[in-house]
Each structure stands twice: as structure tokens, then as C-alpha cells.
Design a protein around this ligand. Structure first.
Ligand SMILES: [Fe+2]
Length: 180
């Protein structure tokens, strides 16, 4: 599945949205570092999910304009496992942003598994810059707010989601510290 996912994101994003493509590569590297927290099967799922979590930004996935939802549908249509699609739909506290966009009921058709693996996916996203570099959670949030401006819906979302996102990041970092 990893090779198939690599080919998908390359085809859909490498040329048209190179920054997003870099972000996905970076998040995938973060996921590889967290994979030892899980069984071999779950570790592989985490890595593939991190690699495709933002594929909903690509032109061929665009439907609602809300990338977690568009990405989950796009991947489900291509036969990716239901659990992976659920994780993509709910990545990085998408539920709160869906509510702000009036898409809460559509998102609720997907399941947030609220697990350690889901936390690790959120951590991978929230500690990877748009260019794919490793950043702190604080730097990531500050960059999003600077990029969108304080009044934008995305900035309002990130303020509202802060505690939940930070919780997932801190829980994962505690688990990772236990690995060493
Ligand atoms: Fe992301």
C-alpha cells in the first residue's frame, strides 16, 4: 500500500502543489519515527496515512473544498482501507473546522477512533512544517496563524482546536520518550 500511496501523492501533488508534497513527505518521516510505538501492521498504517493525509487538497479530490473530507472520499473511492479513510477525515481535529464550515454532519459519517495511533498521526502533522521540516507544535500553530491571518476561519479553528491538538502531541511525545 505504501508504494501505491507514494505514487498517488506524487501524481496528484508533486508538480501542482510541491509544498504540500514536501509536507506529506515530512509527515511520513515523522510517522516512521513513531511507528515503533505500534504493532507492525498499525505502524505501516500510520506511515501510509501520514503520507496521504492532505491528498484532499489535490484538484482531482476537490468536492466540498474541505480537504479532510475530500481526501477521505477520494481515498475510499480508490479502495484504501476504511480505517485509513476515517483517520484522514478526522486528522488534526478536523471535526472543529468542519463545524465552522457547516460540514459537521458530513464529517460525522466518518469515525474518529480517538486512539494512540490517531494521536500519532496528529502529532506527525502538527510537528511538520508546510515545507516538510520538523518544527515544534508552537511553531506550527504560529505559522498557520501568520499564513492565514488572525481573522481567517482556519486561524479561528486552530485557536479552538489548540487544547485537543496539544493533547495529542503531548501524549505522543510522552509515549515516544518511553521508547528511548
Ligand atoms: Fe498536514
Amino acid at each position: 500500500m505504501l508504494d501505491q500511496a507514494r505514487e498517488l501523492v506524487r501524481a496528484e501533488l508533486a508538480e501542482s502543489q510541491p509544498r504540500r508534497f514536501s509536507h506529506l513527505q515530512g509527515a511520513c518521516r515523522r510517522a516512521e519515527a513513531a511507528a515503533p510505538l505500534f504493532s507492525a501492521e498499525d505502524g505501516r498504517l500510520l506511515v501510509v496515512t501520514a503520507l496521504v493525509h492532505d491528498v484532499g487538497y489535490c484538484d482531482s479530490a476537490r468536492e466540498t473544498g474541505f480537504h479532510p473530507l475530500d481526501g477521505a472520499r477520494f481515498l475510499a473511492e480508490r479502495g484504501y482501507p476504511a480505517r485509513l479513510c476515517d483517520l484522514v477525515a478526522h486528522h488534526s481535529c478536523a471535526r472543529l473546522e468542519a463545524d465552522l464550515r457547516g460540514l459537521g454532519s458530513e464529517l460525522s459519517q466518518w469515525t474518529d477512533e480517538r486512539s494512540e495511533l490517531r494521536d500519532a498521526l496528529w502529532w506527525a502533522d502538527m510537528t511538520t512544517s508546510p515545507d516538510g521540516e520538523v518544527v515544534t507544535f508552537k511553531e506550527r500553530v504560529a505559522e498557520i496563524q501568520a499564513r492565514y491571518g488572525p481573522e481567517d476561519l482556519v486561524s479561528r479553528f486552530i485557536r479552538a482546536a489548540g487544547p485537543e491538538l496539544r493533547g495529542a502531541v503531548e501524549r505522543t511525545e510522552t509515549r515516544l520518550a518511553g521508547l528511548r
